[in-house]
Design a protein around this ligand. Structure first.
Ligand SMILES: O=C(O)c1ccccc1NCC(=O)[C@H](O)[C@H](O)COP(=O)(O)O
Length: 219
């Protein structure tokens, strides 16, 4: 099965073009005021039109209320919602029903027990995103550029649909894929020259590294 690749935290035409040229299956837009990747929903709507039909546009939110989600969905018509806060199973079900969109629920992983938390969500969420726990002092639930022990996901193959996330970059993606064989991967900081500043050369390099790793895997 093809590997899904999500480039997250896009804010510019140039970065979006590089993500699409590389073959991103998903492009992510962050709606979280404290993030250096925060984008206005109207601007995200303009960018997502470039991606339409080429990659799925993912709206990333954190414990957003209905009013906020209404505005995001109306402004950019995402293909998918990523819930990256402490949303309950009931809230995930409510969001799915309200917008009729697939939902990817993010979970922060440090140890095996953290994966137990997904059980009640399995029948509700369309996909999971496994990220690292934020470092102490970080105000961001995601986009921190830190990894967790990927071996924790080894038993999940074929069990749940998920994206591997957290601290991925061109140098470590080969090892991450070898250890987990995930259905999808997600990257943000690893293709940035500074927090919130996407770098076209780093995006290109990441896709090259993914191709090298997956070619090796197929061989
Ligand atoms: O990226 C952010 O700034 C962010 C802020 C608030 C909630 C989620 C956020 N990012 C979500 C993502 O899907 C990131 O791509 C994911 O956390 C991986 O980030 P990184 O470790 O920087 O590659």
């Amino acid at each position: 099965m093809a590997l899904d690749i999500k480039i997250c935290g896009l804010k510019t035409d140039e970065a979006l073009a590089a993500a699409l040229a590389g073959g991103a299956s998903h492009v992510g837009f962050i709606f979280f005021q404290k993030s250096p990747r925060n984008i206005d929903p109207i601007e995200a709507g303009r960018l997502r039109e470039t991606a339409r039909g080429r990659a799925k546009a993912v709206a990333v939110t954190v414990d957003a209320d209905d009013e906020t989600l209404d505005h995001i969905v109306a402004s950019m018509s995402p293909d998918m919602l990523q819930l990256h806060g402490h949303e309950t199973v009931e809230r995930v079900a409510e969001v799915k029903a309200r917008y009729g969109l697939p939902v990817m629920k993010a979970f922060a992983i440090r140890e095996a027990a953290d994966l137990d938390a997904i059980a009640p969500y399995v029948s509700v969420a369309d996909r999971f995103l496994f990220d690292a726990k934020p470092p102490v002092g970080s105000e961001l639930p995601g986009g921190n550029g830190v990894s967790f022990d990927w071996r924790l996901l080894a038993g999940l193959e074929g069990q749940v649909d998920y994206m591997l996330s957290g601290g991925l970059n061109a140098a470590n993606i080969g090892e991450a894929l070898r250890l987990t064989n995930p259905p999808g991967i997600d990257i943000s900081s690893g293709v940035e020259s500074a927090p919130g500043v996407k770098d076209v050369a780093l995006i290109d390099g990441f896709f090259r590294a993914v191709r090298a790793a997956t070619d090796n895997r197929a061989a």
